[in-house]
Ligand binder design. Structure first.
Ligand SMILES: O=C(O)CCC(=O)C1=CC=C[C@@H](O)[C@@H]1C(=O)O
Ligand SMILES: [Mg+2]
Length: 352
């Protein structure tokens, strides 16, 4: 099979300030520095990709740039397989190259990217959760109330930077503020010991918290397995990247796993993992890595390609003070309206 390609591959750096840092138990995200990728075929059809490396989740910015440079050289010599080989071990760079190629193919086929992935029915919208940072109790309540006023019915609150007691109090105050109709989730980003997690889960179960994401360090498997079944579902995020699906399933360590396409190396990989964990009766939840509009829209298309997907962490544009272009995704009534234009549906990102 020929791997010859006549595609032009370009990339350019970007640096986006955040409107407000996303604080987590594992540090805060203050800017998003990455690379916008464009592939163009002989007819002038283009596809866009985005590499937004994130320390602790993907390769470094420098390694991402070096991998994209190798990929560009491979495209110059006309071999797509060599280009994919060049980014195979750098997840953000691979995400960018594969997303751009998928956007190009879906555009050529005049089909929205999610249908190019799923070959399935039209999907109008996917449910999303609001991402509530790790502010003090009054800020957390204000942000959760604001999210609910904007139509969100699922809120994910960051915990783990304070004592368990303080975090339980924050979540209690959010519950009192938003009422029983809102689905509350929490994300500890590896912050707790088993004993701390047990204390938190007992309180969170009483508060109706549905999912506790990554309570223990990424390496823990048996520990997470022992936390399941006490009234709060356990999701692994950092743990998925550490162990992979087989080990997680073998240990019975998760009710759900978080799929970050940027960290997994692409929406193609993420979609395969989603199908795999669904077979194993583990729930897939898609989230961005606080990306720019290209990768964020790719994550929306990925979610739309997953049958019966639960609320996903896709409403993160609000953390950015600026973006690469117009957002094709409308958020309303707790869901993201899926773009139905051909390909990703992003425009004006290269010209900006
Ligand atoms: O899941 C969401 O609501 C948004 C994405 C999100 O929370 C994260 C994105 C990137 C890094 C992490 O700090 C964080 C997470 O742990 O899920
Ligand atoms: Mg997480």
């Amino acid at each position: 099979m020929s791997h010859e390609t006549d595609l032009t591959f370009e990339y350019r750096p970007f640096s986006l300030a955040l409107d407000r840092p996303l604080g987590t138990a594992n540090g805060s995200i203050d800017t998003r520095d990455g690379f916008l990728v464009r592939v163009t075929d002989a007819d002038g059809t283009v596809g866009y990709g985005e590499a937004s490396p994130l320390p602790g989740w993907t390769e470094s910015y420098a390694d991402c740039e070096a991998a994209l440079d190798r990929a560009r050289e491979a495209f110059r010599t006309g071999d797509e397989r060599d280009a994919l080989e060049a980014v195979d071990r750098t997840s953000a760079a691979r995400h960018a190259v594969t997303l751009a190629l998928a956007d190009l193919e879906a555009t050529r086929e005049s089909t929205p990217l999610y249908r190019y992935l799923s070959k399935g029915p039209l999907v109008g919208r996917v449910p999303v959760n609001a991402t509530i940072g790790d502010g003090d109790p009054s800020e957390t309540v204000t942000r959760a109330r604001d999210a609910v006023d904007r139509g969100f019915d699922v809120c994910k609150v960051k915990v783990g930077r304070r004592s368990v007691e303080e975090d339980v109090e924050r979540v209690r105050r959010v519950r009192e503020a938003v009422g029983s109709g809102v689905d509350l989730r929490v994300d500890a980003n590896e912050a707790w010991t088993v004993a701390e997690a047990e204390t938190a889960i007992a309180a969170f179960a009483d508060l109706g918290v549905s999912i506790l994401e990554q309570p223990l360090p990424a390496g823990a498997l048996e520990g997470h397995a022992a936390l399941r079944g006490d009234g709060v579902a356990i999701a692994l995020d950092e743990g998925l990247l550490e162990h992979g699906v087989d080990a997680i399933c073998g240990a019975g360590a998760a009710d759900a796993v978080v799929l970050k396409p940027m960290a997994l190396g692409g929406i193609d990989v993420a979609r395969q993992v989603a199908a795999w964990v669904t077979e194993l009766e583990i729930t897939p939840v898609v989230t961005t890595t606080i990306d720019a509009v290209v990768a964020r829209t790719g994550a929306v298309h990925l979610a739309a390609a997953i049958p019966e997907v639960p609320a996903c962490g896709l409403a993160t544009a609000e953390f950015l003070a600026e973006d690469l272009g117009r957002d094709p995704v409308l958020l309303e009534n707790g869901s993201a309206v899926v773009p139905q234009a051909k390909g990703l549906g992003v425009e004006g990102v290269w010209e900006a």
